[in-house]
Write a protein that binds this ligand. Sequence first.
Ligand SMILES: Nc1nc2c(ncn2[C@@H]2O[C@H](COP(=O)(O)OP(=O)(O)OP(=O)(O)O)[C@@H](O)[C@H]2O)c(=O)[nH]1
Length: 204
Amino acid sequence: MNPAISVIILAGGQSSRMGRDKALIRVEGIPLLQRTCAIALQRAPEVFVVTSALRDYSKVVPDRCILIKEPLLANESKPQGPLVGFIQGLKQVKTEWVLLLACDLPRLNQEILQRWMLQLPPINDVIALLPQGEKGWEPLCGFYRTDCLPSLNQFRQQGGRSFQGWLAQASVQTIQFSDDPDTKRQEQAMLFNCNTPEDLRQIS
Ligand SMILES: Nc1nc2c(ncn2[C@@H]2O[C@H](COP(=O)(O)OP(=O)(O)OP(=O)(O)O)[C@@H](O)[C@H]2O)c(=O)[nH]1
């Protein structure tokens, strides 16, 4: 049986490379953030959407999701980065595991997520179960043990800022992709996140 999980969706970025808010980009007519929330709700009863204090997503986030507004960096009108967004969300999570998702995954597929969930829980001292892409861990489309929070806080207190930096010192298990070549291609494709107008052209 799967352990209980919650979902955290990060939607507090600046979308500077895209030049417009990625969360609101429509894929097949639906804003990306709304689509991500709908898929998340199929996987878990509690879905937290962490956004920056600058954005109002109340019209695209379903009522059943819990919106968390994270504070901006002191003296700057900038968000504090995905690691801080994750920490804000984690503080609310009560389940043993959490699925962390970016809001800019246009090929997110709930059946694949369901299959990946069957790989939970990995061995006890593992704090995350993540896919590996060409460039290393894909931290914004994977599973974390909720009690990784102290380790994350400690990493931040020591000046750490990036997911990759934190994960390099953590015990992480790799999500096993399917042996079936078509399914494996779908799994790899699901990790595509659209950051630029060029990326967007690839999916339209
Ligand atoms: N809550 C929260 N989410 C963030 C923050 N920064 C990035 N994200 C989210 O993390 C995911 C990946 O973000 P990136 O593409 O790396 O950064 P971005 O700021 O959205 O885009 P760029 O400005 O082009 O780098 C997206 O879902 C973002 O919304 C943040 O400070 N807080």
